[in-house]
Write a protein that binds this ligand. Structure first.
Ligand code: PMT
Length: 406
């Protein structure tokens, strides 16, 4: 679908290994109707050639401030004015630092100085470099200045490290562009949640057995974090209560980190009465070990079995739905492996929810720890089927459905 028809995207590529993904990114943007012009730093050329980027974008690539031929075809000021969106992907720690400092020591940083178009930055670097206080301060400064910070993602890195710092995948960046243009084009209607506050729980809980062991599940937080992003894009104030995950929280959300279901219960109950909406996306453990051993439990020589007595955790979403004063519009999730509708509708009624988003978590490629999902939203009257799509897209549809019900 031509979701980016007529949009002019200036793709700035700096010198990180993820630069090789820019050919794919450019193709996907063009496929959706965007016109893409590419600017590369000299380091970027070590990872992907200007010829490749010229071939996929259909335009000569701009590389230098001092190239008379390039300036004759489209000068750097013209390029800066031309773009509807400047997308910098990958954005290295070095480039981010230079943009923060307002430097114009190459074509790309000069363009960022010279443009009054929105700029989106997709950080990509080694996880330690990302965590470095200087990088964090630089990113926070760009964010405060109004630049869009898209990512990074988490996972295995080219250097072998694992952690936050991967550039978002090309399709995730395409979706960010689509969402960006959708929400920015239909203002002020695009901010239908302005003035509303949304509380979201996300990720797993960890139920300690002893100081080194716990019981948990495969929730990655992706669905809940995507809901937080979508709510923010629609103008809401967002509080995220998150179990332990390895993805970065949306910068504009106020995030409370918790570990156990009891901690999540406490954080949610403290916030729920002051929010208009509560979405319980977290995969909360139904039970926790009755006793947390003070010391690491030792292997017993005389028995092949051990047992742990578990006690029920409080049902967080049901507790919120039972509030008699300042009860927010309450949305649950149902993670099912069979009879999805029956169980989801049962939870809608038994927990007294206003809406429930049911997902079949037995299907590979959706549900827990995947980028995609398929959801059926049940209300007391009616249902909406949201077929397989990225969690970003689904989150947007869910937030729009919630907005209509408020
Ligand atoms: O995090 P991802 O990897 O992106 O995966 C997303 C997801 C699969 C975790 C998400 O889409 C999802 O289904 N979340 C709910 C998981 C779950 O715990 O479902 P449930 O059917 O067991 O619980 C029903 C509802 O009760 C949920 O809203 C849950 O948050 C809530 N609950 C459950 C137990 C409890 N003690 N307190 C609760 O509030």
């Amino acid at each position: 679908m031509q979701t980016l028809a007529g949009k002019k995207i200036l793709l700035g590529i700096s010198g990180g290994i993820a630069a090789y993904k820019c050919a794919e990114l450019t193709r996907r943007l063009i496929e959706r109707g965007a016109e893409v012009r590419v600017v590369m730093t000299s380091a970027a050329k070590e990872f992907i050639t200007p010829l490749t980027m010229q071939a996929v974008s259909g335009h000569p690539v701009s590389e230098s401030l001092f190239d008379p031929a390039a300036e004759a075809s489209m000068g750097h000021i013209e390029l800066a004015k031309w773009a509807d969106l400047v997308l910098i992907a990958p954005a290295t720690a070095d480039l981010i630092a230079r943009i923060r400092a307002g430097m114009g020591n190459d074509l790309l940083s000069t363009l960022v100085l010279a443009t009054d178009s929105p700029v989106a930055v997709s950080p990509a670097m080694n996880q330690q470099m990302y965590q470095n206080a200087a990088t964090q301060e630089n990113i926070a400064a760009l964010d405060k200045r109004g630049l869009n910070i898209w990512g990074p993602g988490s996972g295995e890195q080219a250097c072998g490290d694992v952690g936050l710092g991967r550039m978002l995948e090309p399709m995730q960046l395409v979706e960010r562009c689509e969402l960006f243009f959708q929400t920015n084009e239909i203002q002020p209607k695009s901010q239908p949640l302005a003035g509303k506050s949304v509380l979201i729980s996300a990720g797993p809980t960890r139920e300690a057995i002893d100081p080194v062991r716990y019981i948990s599940n495969h929730s990655s937080g992706k669905m809940g974090y995507a809901l937080a992003e979508a709510a923010l894009e629609l103008g809401a104030e967002v509080t995220l209560v998150s179990g332990p995950v390895s993805i970065s929280a949306p910068t504009h959300a106020s995030t409370v980190q918790v570990e156990s279901a009891l901690q999540m219960h406490e954080a949610v109950m403290a916030n729920a009465p002051t929010h208009d909406v509560f979405i319980s996306c977290a995969a909360v453990a139904d039970y926790r070990p009755e006793i947390i051993a003070d010391q690491k439990i030792k292997k017993a020589d005389d028995s092949d079995q051990m047992s742990i007595t578990m006690v029920k955790n409080p049902d967080i979403v049901a507790s919120v739905a039972a509030l008699t004063k300042n009860r927010p519009f309450t949305v649950g999730f149902a993670a099912e492996t069979q009879d999805v509708e029956k169980y989801a509708r049962g939870k809608l009624i038994n927990k007294n929810l206003d809406m429930i988003c049911a997902n079949d978590v037995s299907i590979t490629g959706q549900g827990f720890n995947s980028n995609d999902n398929a959801i059926t939203v049940f209300e007391k009257q009616g249902e909406h089927s949201l077929p397989l799509a990225s969690k970003t897209q689904l989150a947007q549809s869910i937030m729009m459905l919630i907005e209509k019900s408020l």
